[in-house]
Design a protein. Sequence first.
Length: 365
Amino acid sequence: MPGGVGAPEAEGSPDEGGIAGFSREEMHALLAEMLLYRRFEEKAEEAYAIGKIGGFCHLHIGQEALSAGAIGPLRSDDQVITAYREHTQAIAKGISPRAAMAELFGRVDGCSGGRGGSMHLFDPSVGFYGGHGIVGGQIPLGAGLAWAIRYRGGDQICLCFMGDAAVNQGAFLESLNMSAIWQLPIIYVVENNGYGMGTAFSRVSVTEMESRSGAYGIPAHTVDGQDVLECYRFFEALAEEVRGGDGPHFVNAVTYRFRGHSMSDPVSGTYRSRKEVESQKRERDPISLLRDRMFEAGLLTPEELQAHDDRARELCADAADFADSSPTPDPATLYDHVYAEVGDRGRLFLDGRDAARAAAGGAGR
Ligand SMILES: Cc1ncc(C[n+]2csc(CCOP(=O)(O)OP(=O)(O)O)c2C)c(N)n1
Ligand SMILES: [Mg+2]
């Protein structure tokens, strides 16, 4: 849900009611937002466990600061495209928890009409272009979105998220090169949680993540993806630079996933120890980090925290009830919204072309 945090009024100290230039209200908004994301994912986890959600489902728990801190500063007409771990990013860009949850449940009131599921949340009306299951598949599409912005003379920007494993895809290299040549208004953000499924990034790369855009002359940055205040300020400034014509940028956002790769995978396993996960959860939880800073600065009371959490749980319970009461799509509409239609001969592909030929008086193949 964008627009929760505005520009800071003044560089503040705790005494003035803020930390690092954030007002008390802005920090409360960020905390409430991240709690909503956490509770949404927990509700999805619960719904998956009782069979309400089918197919794949990848949770963003542990990485919430990047949704609040990178998407939060964007304008509502800016564009976001991402991979499949995207529930909270979709909500951050403006898809309602109800429409997101209904999509996870495969229901008609889902943002993709119940046809996309967890990996394919989509709503161009809020500038959210998916939700893509092919690792790296969204990267050239992101370059295309940015190219379209430029072609139409707009001043929007595109934020293209990817996981660390995606930077080894050929599409990443081609997209960065073309973006640099055309100086496109795009920020490529790697949510670097250290692993692609069970493979540590260090096993598939002899170079550091930040060096990956250097060959294309694209400036690179590293941010602490668990520090929502740092992320927010960083992306707020960078978005304006890119909007002003600075060309593409590449951001290595260091983060960590607290759950297994997907709902069907264990939290730890042979590729990472339980000890590692536990220490990350204890020391690097983005919500606890912000909460504790606010407590220490006297900007948050336990009652206020409880109220934010109650509200988050309420919204997510409401989203799940809404999703559950929404109907499943009518089977008769199965072939709606697909590029190729079923023709007289019942085939899925090329029939549209055949039908056009037939209408023009030509013979079909
Ligand atoms: C082209 C392609 N190859 C393989 C897969 C199988 N696969 C699904 S997720 C994944 C790992 C991706 O990891 P990363 O990009 O780091 O994202 P994360 O899951 O950590 O968010 C792989 C290999 C796929 N979906 N697409
Ligand atoms: Mg990863």
